[in-house]
Write a protein that binds this ligand. Structure first.
Ligand code: ADP
Ligand code: MG
Length: 390
């Protein structure tokens, strides 16, 4: 099973420029998580901080018991071996063919024989759909193939954690969907913890188990996918729908005059530039038939059902809707009477969604609605004994 990553109060600045502060989240072991955020919010800086390429100012990032913010160079070297990273551009060596690119970490970091290396390289190329392309140079193949080659290279050291920086960048929507499928299939096969940072909405809606968003130097939420997908936070809503109307502007912040001008345009019938309303929980991608069931998905279900009562009503409804009838019986929950007609979005009476949870497990839901960072952060806490070994 992949490693758990526990981030607590992480803060990063470059000189006097603060990038983000007080980021707290847990990547549950073997689950797929995604972090959304407008360009320039520090998503790449976050990934680079996790692998020690950048040093955060304060806070913790604990992986298998090692806090990489404080640890020695030697410990960092060990922790780095747990990671496979897919950088934004694939970061392949242009003068090496795919075989040598993928073999590179093995030749650099292990003492494996060339025949052993060959076995591993061909296996990873097959997993990423690149069998037969091993002799090609990066410049001779498509962007989608370069991404997959970058992923194959990220896999050769059997990572417990896979980080992907905008795996969709430069890919068309169809190739992006194939790449999402590949990530889910990989997760089913190797049970690694996966974090994808992206601003691709389709990918964020269909790929991850957990979803978060960085905005204005803060992690505004992180937790089960259904929480963000049903959120009524203006910034989340704007982002998911790709509209001009809302708190996110062309530059980092939008002032009130700009907001008012855009509202006036909208009132006068100008289109907001985004999609129709895509809020709500859509089905998550499943592994390709024939592959094993995702262990992370089963663990996530148990974990999320334990904290179900702490989640906002619309998220609860989305979660219960997405369970099979058998699962609903197993967890003792029932569909809400009004659910099923449309996905998420609505706010139902929480009592109805809590099914037959024992009374002591049913928390009072806040009466003033959801959306503050603190409330949502609590959703990524893993009950004792559920989170695997640290
Ligand atoms: N090595 C660096 N030195 C100084 N500033 C940096 C460095 N790397 C990134 N930044 C700044 O950090 C901010 C966030 O960058 P980045 O993480 O690349 O955003 P994103 O990946 O979300 O688009 C940007 O303002 C960028 O200029
Ligand atoms: Mg980036």
């Amino acid at each position: 099973m992949g490693a758990e990553v526990v981030v607590e109060g992480l803060t990063k600045s470059f000189g006097s420029q603060n990038i983000w502060r007080d980021v707290t989240l847990t990547l549950p072991p073997g689950e797929v998580s995604a972090m959304l955020g407008p360009s320039g919010t520090g998503k790449s800086v976050f990934l680079k901080s996790m692998i020690g390429l950048l040093k955060p100012d304060s806070g913790k990032c604990v992986i298998n018991g090692t806090d990489i913010v404080q640890c020695s160079e030697r410990d960092m070297y060990e922790v780095r071996k747990l990671f496979g990273v897919l950088f934004q551009d694939g970061a392949l060596f242009g003068s090496m063919n795919l075989y040598d690119n993928v073999a590179f970490p093995l030749r650099e970091h292990t003492k494996k024989s060339e025949s052993e290396i060959k076995r591993i390289v061909l296996e990873k190329l097959e997993m990423t759909g690149l069998s037969g392309a091993e002799g090609k140079l990066p410049g001779e193949i498509s962007g989608g193939m370069r991404k997959r080659a970058g992923l194959a290279r990220a896999l050769v050291l059997d990572p417990e954690i896979i980080l992907c920086d905008e795996p969709d960048s430069g890919l068309d929507p169809v190739r992006t969907a194939y790449l999402s499928q590949l990530l889910i299939d990989l997760n089913a096969q190797i049970d690694a913890t996966i974090l994808v940072v992206t601003h691709n909405i389709n990918l964020a809606r269909t790929l991850p188990d957990n979803l978060g968003m960085l905005f204005r130097k803060e992690l505004i939420m992180f937790g089960p996918r259904e929480v963000l997908l049903t959120s009524e936070e203006p910034v989340v809503e704007q982002f998911l729908n790709g509209k001009r109307l809302g708190p996110i502007g062309m530059s980092e912040e939008k002032d009130t005059a700009q907001m008012a001008a855009e509202q006036a345009m909208a009132d006068a019938g100008h289109h907001h530039g985004g999609t129709e309303d895509v809020r709500g929980v859509v089905p998550q991608i499943l592994p390709t038939p024939g592959l094993p069931e995702r262990k992370g998905e089963r663990r996530r279900k148990d974990r999320v059902m334990q904290i179900l009562h702490t989640l906002p009503p619309a998220a609860q409804e989305g979660i219960i809707e997405s369970l099979s009838e058998q699962d609903r019986q197993h967890y003792g929950v029932q569909r809400h009477a009004s659910a099923g007609a449309q996905h998420g979005g609505g706010s139902s009476a929480p009592q109805a969604s809590q099914g037959q949870l024992p009374a002591d497990q049913v928390a009072q839901l806040p009466s003033h609605g959801w959306g503050t960072a603190d409330q949502l952060r609590s959703t990524d806490e893993i009950p004792p004994g559920q989170g695997g070994a640290r």
